[in-house]
Design a protein around this ligand. Sequence first.
Ligand code: CTP
Ligand SMILES: C[C@](O)(CO)[C@H](O)COP(=O)(O)O
Length: 231
Amino acid sequence: MRPYCTAVIMAAGKGKRMGTDISKQFLPVCGKEILAWTVEKFEASPSVDEIILMAGKEGREEVQELCDRYGWKKIRQVALGGKERQDSVANGLELLSAQTEVVLIHDGVRPFVTEEMIRESIEGALSYGGCVIGVPAKDTIKVCDKNQMAVETPERSTLWQIQTPQTFQRELICRAYEKAKADGFLGTDDASVAEHMGRQVYVAKGDYRNIKITTKEDLVIAEAFIREEKA
Ligand SMILES: Nc1ccn([C@@H]2O[C@H](COP(=O)(O)OP(=O)(O)OP(=O)(O)O)[C@@H](O)[C@H]2O)c(=O)n1
Ligand SMILES: C[C@](O)(CO)[C@H](O)COP(=O)(O)O
């Protein structure tokens, strides 16, 4: 029997790097809000049972309005996020329903997630405890000091760019988030929270298309991808 899976979709950010008046998750691309493109992937997924949507104080009504307008059926709750992404995820994990066995944590601004990524991340989480989607780095990556002087060039073949979904067995990720809170640990993704507890996560190869819409140029790329998907 397949596990009961809850997607926690993160939409409580301010989108400062995008530099627009409205937060980037609400910006329209090809006639639909970025968050709506994202949520619809999970609504359509036969692997996902329910969705918790994390919203900011200012964006909460807007997120609820999207739920009503699009008539999404899997939304369990629209809940309040926190200051950092990690705080928003922690709030979401506290709201999981009793049946939830596997948790998929996904950025609301990654609309190019596919059913294959969702399925593979769930399979990986069942096998290894935690599984994140990623792609091998294409560029050389340098570690720089605060004066922007390069201090190290890690071997590229060992470097992966990590995306979402980041998928975990419920008990593991809840315990990891509790430990991070107790230790005051702040990571930039959910895998690093699990790693802080000493757990290794599996990285499943995803797709370079699964971009996080972060800055203005990403909007042009997103529009091109959506046009292609619709063609
Ligand atoms: N306190 C926060 C911060 C971020 N996010 C969400 O996490 C995802 C990835 O974060 P990022 O791209 O960094 O979004 P922002 O924090 O909004 O962007 P910026 O850092 O440019 O302000 C986004 O869907 C964002 O809404 C969140 O739910 N809660
Ligand atoms: C979780 C994430 O999307 C993986 O790439 C990323 O780390 C989020 O980072 P941000 O600091 O919120 O952009």
